[in-house]
Design a binder for this molecule. Structure first.
Ligand code: UD1
Ligand code: CA
Length: 475
């Protein structure tokens, strides 16, 4: 939308959070509170964004960058009116309408921002303000209406008398302004009030003095006006954003067995007919294909899961790829840069790090594959370990197509095993193995006939076995 810009107020500390971070930098579903505000503005079609920053500003800069926003510095927090004035100074000349948003109110929806803009324009008013009718309005500014429904004034709780405090319609702190009005009105604000601050809300009086007005728009969903002022409210907002995210997934054709026990961050996508069991966490930029089954207890961060993949219970994976129809788990760990091929199986207590596992290969039990390139249809036996680290550097292990690695094998890297080779169980392989060869590296087996019967008959008795009659040693 051309000519519409946003100012996001985010200079305050938020003392009640008791945090070393500024409150708007605290996470809601893995993203800073203020990120959600900016995301709503961007989804509403607003390009230009000015972030008013002060306390702990460096913690908020990554969000500013993510939206290509501008920064206005408010050195001392003299109030929301002063903050808006700082932001206004950074706006481009092309901005004719300005949406002012509270950096600490992450539940605002894009459609609501658009309605707010529309309600100001429809009336040709100086401004519109988003309000909410709350069961417990404590802490918020109260909306006092004129008989015609327009706003007479907004009274902060600290300035309100008992009767005004009973009003349940509150100010969300989100407004749409005609820029020319904002330019004229902001310098006229005074700080004669209980908090000795310049209140943005006093612009209502400026509008009325100008013969225009501020149009109230009551949010259909009162949650949208909620600001975050405590850890408790942070948790409540997280629950609401989570529920919305999961509702969207379900609407798009994903089965979520227990929405109250499933955690999905906003950057995640999940394809149709996928199933999420309770206790699943999908984080970061994870992309899940169609028909994927993710069982209980899986924690998946920044991964790409192909169509038809199946994660059995309790898998942990980060920055990895699982290709179509691969089966992982239970209890598998994929560390960054792992790439599990189509239809491959990674089983219980298998850890994979920075390794490519080819199509149809299997490592089903108790193995460590690090810095490995594993071909197609390879079988990695139980207890196989790539010894990839010599204390100084990491080395690569290459297993060709169709290699069969017997159980309990140490593959000492750097190492290449040619295609079709067979490695006997219990081997420690330190030299390259040519294709189609058998490699064995273990001590030869010795057998002492009837040794137990002769030397430890009590073991047999304990096991309930008869002790066989044996000749004396040396005879
Ligand atoms: C403000 C409103 C109140 C409304 C409430 C909604 C005013 C005077 N009051 O009150 O009517 O119900 O929001 O949540 O506007 N900020 C700055 N610089 C400042 C002061 C604040 O950037 O000097 C930022 C804060 O970081 C915060 C936002 O503005 O993100 C709101 O500030 P806050 O102090 O929480 O205002 P409230 O007292 O809640
Ligand atoms: Ca607030």
């Amino acid at each position: 939308m051309k000519g519409i810009s946003a100012i996001i107020l985010a200079a305050g500390q938020g003392k009640r959070m008791k945090s070393s971070l500024p409150k708007v930098a605290l996470p809601v579903l893995g993203k800073p509170v203020v990120w959600h505000v900016a995301q709503a503005a961007r989804s509403a079609g607003i390009r230009e964004m000015v972030f008013v920053l002060g306390y702990g500003r460096d913690k908020i800069l990554p969000t500013v960058e993510a939206f290509g926003g501008k920064v206005a510095i408010q050195e001392s927090q003299f109030g929301t009116g002063d903050a808006a004035r700082c932001g206004l100074a950074e706006l481009s000349a092309g901005a004719k309408e300005v949406v002012v948003l509270c950096g600490d109110a992450p539940l605002i929806r894009p459609a609501t921002i658009r309605s707010l803009l529309a309600s100001r324009r429809r009336r040709g008013a100086a401004a519109s303000v988003l309000t909410g009718i709350l069961d417990d309005p404590a802490g918020y500014g109260r909306i006092v209406r004129n008989p015609d429904g327009s706003v007479a004034k907004i009274v902060e709780e600290k300035d309100a008398d008992a009767a005004t405090r009973k009003i349940r319609e509150v100010n969300s702190g989100t407004y749409a302004f005609d820029r020319a009005f904002l330019e004229k009105g902001l310098p006229r604000l005074s700080d004669v009030n209980a908090q000795r601050e310049f209140y943005l809300t006093d612009l209502v009086l400026e509008a009325l003095a100008e013969g225009t007005c501020v149009v109230p728009l009551a949010a259909a969903d009162p949650d949208e006006v909620r600001g975050i002022n405590s850890r408790r409210e942070l948790a409540e907002a997280t629950g609401i954003v989570l529920r919305r995210t999961i509702d969207e997934l379900m609407a798009s054709g994903v089965t979520v067995i227990d929405p109250s026990r499933t955690y999905v961050e906003p950057g995640v996508s999940v394809g149709q007919d996928s199933v999420l069991e309770p206790g699943v966490l999908l984080l970061g930029k994870t992309r899940v294909g169609r028909g994927v089954r993710i069982q209980t207890g899986c924690v998946v961060e920044d991964c790409v899961l192909g169509d038809g993949a199946h994660l059995k219970p309790y898998c942990v994976m980060t920055s990895s790829r699982v290709r179509n129809r691969a089966i992982i788990g239970p209890f598998s760990h994929l560390r960054p840069e792992s790439d599990i091929g189509e239809g491959a199986h990674i089983g219980n207590f298998v850890e994979v790090k920075k390794s490519r596992i080819g199509k149809g290969s299997k490592a089903n039990h108790l193995a460590y594959l690090g810095d490995a390139v594993v071909g197609k249809k390879v079988n990695v036996g139980a207890g196989t370990i790539t010894c990839n680290y010599d204390g100084i550097a990491k080395h690569r292990t290459v297993l060709g197509d169709g290699v069969f690695v017997g159980s309990d094998t140490m593959l000492v890297a750097p190492l290449t095993v040619g295609k079709g080779a067979l490695i006997g169980a219990g081997s420690t392989i330190t030299e390259n193995v040519p294709p189609y060869a058998l490699a064995l590296c273990r001590a030869e087996q010795k057998v002492f006939d009837f040794w137990v019967a002769r030397k430890k008959p009590e073991l047999l008795k304990k096991a309930g076995l008869a002790v066989p009659a044996v000749k004396k040693e040396g005879k």
